[in-house]
Ligand binder design. Structure first.
Ligand SMILES: NC(=O)CC[C@H](N)C(=O)O
Length: 357
């Protein structure tokens, strides 16, 4: 199946399709992880995006039953240099190609992913489409230029109904903006009694559950598209300890009066160094974000910057000066990636303990 990837800027890449046969369009971004393709394919924060893997061989350990980060992948497509069709790992159940067929997802292999990444890095992320090799390029470019992708990604991936993941420890309400399962795993490991609620749950509904703490999850899209969530956060601040991850972090920023902006090409991968400004310690972190909190705008808020990215010095963490509330832009749950930042879940537990005293 000969296919090609066409970018809005007019660049064309020829390759071979895998997975489903249908065309797919989305925002083309790149991820620098050497492993972890199963986790990122199923990470709901990639909703609406086509991901280019910079590592040249993808699929070599197949797909297994344990490494999903959601049940239904929300990713739009995958771009790889070489696709492995004969995976070797004791956990392998199916190949990456088979997963894409089963989930009706389209991918393209045989792409010069280095050239593509250089384009995205220089020009910034842009819209793209994977189509049949004989498709009319000019027509696709025009179509991409005139398309605006949906902005309701959080609604697409958030749970529709609340559900519980019981434990005997602290009662945590996890607001699901597109949560990775890794967050539930980390809270469960610490015996938390979790209730997962939809993104549009109100502060009043959450407080009725009498939680010891609130976890604001990661999620796709532009943080500014979640006005209702800001009201919810504003009403919860000071009443219950809050921990935010990625989109959850950006929403805390917006709720406290800071601004967010779109990065040129985002941070996506498992090797991003972050400096903890208080501890003066570096952690290698797992990241997946296209937006960031504007550091200047933090000055007029009750938030202080706690972490910065060492690659580009952008914001990676904040905490509230008065209320028990902190958040990070990266992924302490890893899945995939290094577990250096795992201790933040322990700090959340301590915050809930202290608040109860
Ligand atoms: N992983 C996330 O939560 C991503 C947050 C947001 N959608 C961004 O791209 O910046």
């Amino acid at each position: 199946m000969k296919k090609k990837l066409i970018l809005e800027s007019g660049e064309v890449f020829y390759g071979t399709g895998f997975g489903a046969e249908q065309d797919t369009a989305g925002e083309v971004v790149f991820n620098t992880g050497m492993t972890g393709y199963q986790e990122l394919i199923s990470d709901p924060s990639y909703c609406g995006q086509i991901v280019c893997m910079t590592y040249p061989l993808i699929g070599n350990y197949g797909i297994n039953r344990d490494d999903y980060e959601s049940i239904e992948p929300a990713i739009k497509g995958l771009i790889v240099k070489e696709l492995c069709d004969l995976p070797s790992n004791f956990r392998t159940q199916i190949t990456l190609d088979e997963l894409f067929q089963k989930k009706n997802l389209s991918g393209i292999s045989g792409i010069d992913t280095r050239r593509l990444t250089r384009i995205l890095r220089n020009k910034g992320v842009e819209k793209g489409k994977i189509v049949n090799a004989d498709a009319d390029e000019q027509a696709v470019i025009e179509e991409l230029k005139s398309t605006t992708f949906p902005t309701n990604q959080v609604e697409q991936v958030s749970t529709k109904t609340s559900y519980a993941s019981p434990g005997r420890g602290f009662k945590v309400v996890l607001v699901d903006f597109g949560s990775k399962l890794g967050i539930i795993r980390e809270l469960s490991q610490r015996n938390c009694d979790i209730i997962v609620v939809s993104h549009d749950t109100t502060a009043e509904e959450i407080l009725l559950m009498d939680p010891d703490g609130i976890m604001l999850s990661n999620g796709p899209g532009d943080p500014e598209d979640n006005a209702d969530a800001l009201v919810m956060i504003q009403k919860l601040l000071g009443k219950v300890p809050i921990f935010g991850i990625c989109l959850g972090h950006q929403l805390i920023g917006l709720a406290c009066g800071a601004k967010t902006y779109k990065l040129k090409f985002g941070h996506r991968g498992g090797n991003h160094p972050v400096l903890d400004l208080e501890k003066n310690k570096v952690a290698i972190t797992s990241q997946n974000h296209g937006y960031a909190i504007d550091q200047e705008s933090l000055k007029n808020t009750d938030l202080v910057e706690t972490h910065i990215a060492l690659n580009d010095r952008t914001n990676e963490g904040v905490k509230h000066k008065i209320h028990p509330c902190f958040s990070v832009q990266y992924h302490p749950e890893a899945s995939p990636g290094p577990e250096d930042a795992n201790y933040l879940f322990d700090e959340f537990i301590t915050l809930m303990e202290d608040f109860k005293k």
